[in-house]
Design a protein around this ligand. Sequence first.
Ligand code: UDP
Length: 389
Amino acid sequence: MDLSGVRCLVVGAGFWGATLAERIAAGLGQRVLVADRRGHPGGNCYSRKDEETGIEAHVYGTHVFHTKNARVWEYVNRFGGFSGYRHRVWTEHQGRVYPLPISLATLNSFYGLNLRPAEAAAFIAGEAARDGVREPSNLEEKAVSLLGRPLYEALIQGYTRKQWNRDPRELPPSIITRLPVRSSYNTDYFDDPWQGLPLDGYAALISRMLAHPLIDLCLGVSYADIAGQIPADCRVFYSGPVDELFRFSLGALEWRSLRFEWSVEPVADFQGCPVLNQADADIPFTRTHEFKHLHPERGPQGEKTLLAREYPLNFVPGGEPFYPVNTPANEALLAAYREKLRHFPRLTLGGRLGSYRYLDMDAAIEAALACFDALREEGPAGKPWRERP
Ligand code: UDP
């Protein structure tokens, strides 16, 4: 592959890379090459129609778009419409099913009570006070302070151990604050004002982002394949793992990975909801995705249904990195890699993999738009490129 003349390279065609490429092409009028090691763009939000059922499969697990950022919402809507879908999740614990996140419905069902909102808040505060956690310093303490120990042990502890393969006391509190806790019967998964799914799927949406004539898209091409040929004055936006960029010279960052077990069931509706979590530690998978429920606007979608069971896995080189494991040891390694990056002013890192952060899709777009704002200030010529890793 000939890269001579390439002034701007984006590595990774997920939302972060696609947003930057689109902005650089359409906003700065500059040609940009986008390379992705996979055979499709879209990163982990990629979806495609399943051949047997015609149901849209989220290949890397259910991805629901949600944001409170007006700029991000306006931006993604330029590339296609979104349905009004609002995500709802249920979780199974010892043969009973509860709505998630924890709401008045979960609480009353779990304790067999009929509390009103004000009573619920006082009840949870009483449960939490029994553990006496003041300043939560890990996921377990945070969850107990928000929910009380019984609900934590039933719905959070086992799931979190499976998901992260770690004691929740070794994980940061921020992971659990992704889930709201409500004292109302609102069972939405997300609080954000703007939510939905691309009406014709993520693949179509991302393809429209990348359709600008100044964007050249190369699929099946990894950074390692082209690193030696990148011209010295090329600006690089990299959304792969930072340890891989530096050939693991300081060591490997830890990731959690996932494996999906796919099946087609001969029933119109298997579980009655899009995502059913398994809270108990003795069930090896964390959740079952039933994709047809993500698009109620498409009607019943046939007499069969497509499922994917999600099994968390340790990441091994060559596998798929999904979740950064933001423990103190990994954060220290990340800081050391970031220090090395200071020597490469024409290289910018981002996305979930590049920033080693648990970013949602909207946060990846928001970060890319902020990066573009800075780039516009800097001007397309950019700072001098010194050296490539
Ligand atoms: N979580 C849990 N039980 C559940 C769902 C989530 O304990 O049934 C915890 C778990 O630690 C997980 C975190 O909440 O890592 C965030 O969940 P989220 O659904 O945001 O994870 P994602 O969809 O990004 O995998």
